[in-house]
Design a protein around this ligand. Structure first.
Ligand code: KIV
Ligand code: ZN
Length: 526
């Protein structure tokens, strides 16, 4: 742990709180890829998942614990023996591990959800911290819904958790109810009234229901909190969590005011944001702070004029500092492998020679279809390459489809199974994409309800690549797939096939969310 009192620990929960939000679920390979990107970004703690939630969650926490050395790997557990034991088991091989236990403390949660008395809450919290402590020294305790908890009781639970051995006290604003000065008051009160406060790290965990997650987190840092829990692109339950890129750049840009620092390599902020968007199919809005497409675009003439005279007139951060390459270099048909390799590096990707070669092959095919290749095109090629081959039960061989005025659209998709057999089942649909998706379902025998379908252009221009995202409901979870191609129907087929492959691989199993609180009561107690 850093000894500098002004160092803020970045606790990333993209793979836990972020991943549990609709449309953001990731499979094992994707989680590993994100965990490595978070490690490279320089986060201090990766909350890798909620091991008891499902066998899939357990496996991913275990794999990250084993294969991503560097940051502390945390696993979430409710305050009961089964959860804590499962988290400890998943984290067993991590060089640096943390068990994060949580239990609601607000009167509303006690009365309606847990049906427990305040005394029972304290007893359970203490037993659980002690049990976790039996597995590792580093134990975080979160009084869930702290921002709506009566202060005296909150301080009492926190004090008992510290006495039991908690090393981090995380104060969640679970429902995004706090406002900055209110949240700052809570931290100040706890630091003053909880015995042992000087021995623990205060942490903040804010949800963005009122759009205040970053502001609340900053207010708490002013009161001495030194860990901030956040997610890339701010993904998370409902309106999401504190956005990592925003809190980090606020601390860095206003160093003069906060006098704090993080260990984040800010030049990887945009690449990490883009990676998450590619993996989940969930894109940030254009005007999103730091990582949105327009975050550094100056449109108004008066601004452009000022920028030309001196960038500091209208620019508080340099685009390069967050990982937006400074050159406007575009690539095309005649660009060579070295230029492409350089661009891939500038965009923040680490690839080996074999991967560069495969990306270059795909680049040449694309360059035949498209005059100018932009950064977004290259990112799409790289991500396709990095994620291909991880889940290919079915591959697309070819397809034909027809759509003409007054005639029902039809499609025939030929698919190859990994066991060697080939299928082609023609289908009629409401539109050509619908027909293609139906033909895939008939061929694979996997029937799905599509809950969302989106197509967007990766760059400008009529020859732009189209990115299709297909979202389906399966086993109570939302799964999404993504495909990129200059032919949007082919992109749609690829996206749908990605979902089919995830299901065929049975990587997706029903699971519990930390907020499905059946459980503090129904599983064995600590
Ligand atoms: O929002 C919340 O309260 C949580 C806890 C599990 C820390 O995510
Ligand atoms: Zn949360």
């Amino acid at each position: 742990m850093p000894t500098d009192p002004n160092r803020v620990l970045v606790f990333d929960t993209t793979l836990r709180d972020g991943e549990q939000s609709p449309g953001c679920s990731m499979n094992l390979a994707e989680k590993m890829d994100m965990a490595r990107a978070l490690r490279d970004l320089g986060v201090d703690i990766i909350e890798a998942g909620f091991p008891i939630a499902s066998p899939g969650d357990f496996e991913s926490v275990q794999a990250i614990a084993r294969e991503v050395p560097g940051p502390i790997i945390a696993g979430l557990a409710r305050c009961n023996a089964a959860d804590i034991d499962r988290a400890a088991e998943a984290l067993k091989d991590a060089p640096k591990k943390r068990i994060h236990v949580f239990l609601a403390t607000s009167a509303i949660h006690l009365e309606f959800k847990l049906k427990m008395t305040p005394a029972e809450i304290i007893r359970r919290a203490v037993e659980s911290v002690k049990r976790a402590k039996g597995y590792c020294d580093d134990v975080e305790f979160s009084p869930e819904d702290a921002a709506r908890t009566e202060l005296e009781f909150l301080a009492e639970v926190c004090e008992k958790a510290v006495e039991a051995g908690a090393t981090t006290l995380n104060i969640p604003d679970t429902v995004g109810y706090a406002v900055p000065s209110h949240y700052a008051d809570i931290i100040r009160y706890l630091k003053k009234n909880v015995r042992g406060s000087d021995k623990v790290v205060y942490s903040v965990h804010c949800h963005n229901d009122l759009g205040l997650a970053v502001a609340n987190s900053l207010a708490a840092l002013m009161e001495g909190a030194r860990q901030v829990e956040c997610t890339v692109n701010g993904i998370g339950e409902r309106a999401g969590n504190t956005a990592l890129e925003e809190i980090v750049m606020a601390i860095q840009t206003r160093q003069d005011f906060y006098k704090l620092a993080t260990g984040i390599n800010t030049r990887l902020l945009v690449p990490t944001s883009r990676k998450l968007s590619m993996v989940t199919g969930m894109h940030v809005q254009r005007n999103k702070a730091i990582v949105g497409q327009n975050a550094f675009a100056h449109e108004a003439g008066i601004h452009q004029d000022g920028m030309l005279k001196n960038r500091s007139t209208y620019e508080i951060m340099k685009p390069e500092d967050v990982g937006i390459p400074s050159t406007d270099l575009v690539l095309g048909k005649h660009s060579g492998r070295h230029a492409l390799k350089q661009r891939i590096q500038d965009l923040g990707y680490q690839t080996d020679e074999a991967q560069v070669l495969r990306i270059f092959e795909a680049f040449k095919v694309l360059a035949d279809r498209k005059k100018i290749i932009y950064d977004a095109d290259i990112e799409a090629l790289v991500e396709n390459q990095l994620h291909s081959g991880t889940m290919e039960v079915w591959t697309l061989v070819n397809f034909s489809c027809s759509a003409s005025f007054g005639v029902p659209p039809t499609a025939a998709v030929t698919l190859k199974h990994q066991d060697g057999r080939t299928v082609c089942e023609p289908a009629v649909g409401d539109g050509p994409v619908d027909a293609v998706l139906k033909s895939i379902q008939r061929g694979t025998g996997i029937e799905l309800k599509v809950s969302d379908y989106r197509v967007r252009s990766v760059t400008g221009g009529l020859d732009a690549q189209g990115e299709a995202v297909v979202e389906v409901e399966f086993d109570g979870r939302k799964l999404s797939g993504r495909g990129v191609n200059t032919n949007v129907i082919e992109a749609s087929a690829q996206a749908f096939l990605q979902v089919i492959n995830r299901i065929a691989l049975r990587q997706v199993r029903p699971r519990l969310k930390p907020t499905d609180h059946v459980s503090q009561e129904t599983v064995p107690t600590a």
